[in-house]
Write a protein that binds this ligand. Structure first.
Ligand code: G6P
Length: 364
């Protein structure tokens, strides 16, 4: 067993942190929802947000991908449009603002300079901001109007895993609380504690199958130069995170792509044996992604499918339990984290300390 800051029986922190994710989900549900189903999120924050006409989510790296993975859920539950921005792109010129903008900074460390630069500008304009972070007392937490903590425990591996799933979870909890505050049916319909429990169980099942994931998918990445993750909707957002994870620790050039957009140029890169992972959990779009997998297969790609039960086929490499559509990213991302972990391991790299990268980037 391992404490918060020790690896214990684990060869790398990353594997330990992947394993901790179901517990982090359960902890967040307990922290932010009382036994009688009331939110513990500060009412002043919810009131402030309920008066907003547009939410601007600002983040970098994995935190930015976590923002995308929750846009649909928040918009559906609250009726407020959500915009995503990469910090370094809006640090010099803020995006065009609505009448009543509300900013959310997603940051594991709470110290990312690019994100802080945007917060400084937001504060100069006296606009409200919420920082969602894993580190109490961090710079972005201190400088924002409001803070919500991820309670994921220290994340030590450079490649972020449990912070991503904690961010996706907490954004959903916030969306639910805000939607309830706004008296929206879409929020009432989402039994978040129950659904998070199911998602945590689905994660557990995948984690228990890690050897299968290694053998069926990761081992084949030992010598490849490039790879693709494709999906549509929620699966596209997870594809972006899956690609980032694989490239940052295995150094395989990987692109996460909107499955339908591949044919408009990028498909030219598919060669004999190019690995293409299809993520298929979205009932609206899953069949179309399958069509796109056929297209790359006929051009020589080596395809792998990670699908939810409702959309699965016999030949799929990994089948995951169905979960609520708002929460599918929590489950789908786990096999992709494991694929990245094992690919890095087989290629002989230091999984926890990839070259050229830092855990918190405090320079512009
Ligand atoms: C660094 C880390 C990434 C992280 C990004 C944003 O580049 O290597 O894993 O996603 O910073 O970090 P933050 O702490 O703001 O979430």
């Amino acid at each position: 067993d391992a404490s918060d800051t020790e690896k214990g029986m684990y060869p790398f922190y990353m594997l330990k942190e992947i394993d901790e994710q179901p517990a982090v989900l359960r902890r967040l549900a307990q922290t932010y929802v009382t036994e009688d189903g009331q939110t513990t999120i500060d009412d002043a924050l919810l009131t402030h947000m309920s008066q907003s006409d547009r939410i601007y989510v600002v983040a970098c790296g994995t935190s930015y991908n976590a923002g995308w993975a929750t846009k649909h859920a928040i918009e559906t539950m609250t009726g407020i449009p959500v915009e995503l921005h990469v910090s370094s792109e809006v640090g010099y010129r803020l995006p065009m603002l609505s009448k009543h903008p509300f900013f959310i900074f997603l940051t594991q460390s709470g110290e990312t300079a690019d994100s802080r630069q945007v917060l400084v500008k937001v504060n100069e304009l006296n606009l409200p901001a919420l920082t969602i972070t894993n580190v109490a007392g961090s710079t972005l937490s201190r400088e924002a109007t409001y803070t919500l903590l991820l309670h994921a425990g220290p994340e030590i591996a450079v490649a972020s895993t449990k912070a991503y799933t904690a961010q996706v979870t907490l954004m959903n909890l916030l969306g639910k609380a805000l939607g309830m505050k706004l008296d929206r049916q879409e929020a009432r319909d989402f039994d978040i504690v129950h659904e998070l429990g199911l998602a945590a169980n689905a994660m557990d099942t995948i984690i228990n199958e890690k050897e299968v994931i290694d053998q069926a998918m990761a081992q084949l990445l030992e010598t490849t130069r490039n790879a693709f993750y494709i999906g549509r909707g929620a699966d596209y957002y997870v594809a972006m995170e899956a690609a980032l994870k694989l490239k940052e620790i295995s150094y395989i050039q990987t692109e996460g792509f909107a499955a339908g957009e591949l044919k408009h140029g990028t498909i030219a890169l598919i060669e004999e044996g190019t690995p293409v992972f299809g993520l298929i959990t979205d009932t609206l779009t899953g069949p179309h992604t399958r069509g796109n997998l056929k297209e790359v297969e006929s051009r020589g790609a080596n395809t792998f499918v990670i699908a939810s039960e409702a959309l699965a086929k016999e030949s799929d490499q990994l089948v995951m339990a169905n979960v609520h559509e708002f929460l599918t990213p929590l489950v789908t991302v786990v096999p992709t984290q494991l694929i990245a972990y094992y690919a890095s391991l087989h290629r002989g790299y230091d999984v926890d300390k990839p070259r050229n990268l830092a855990k918190a980037v405090t320079v512009e």
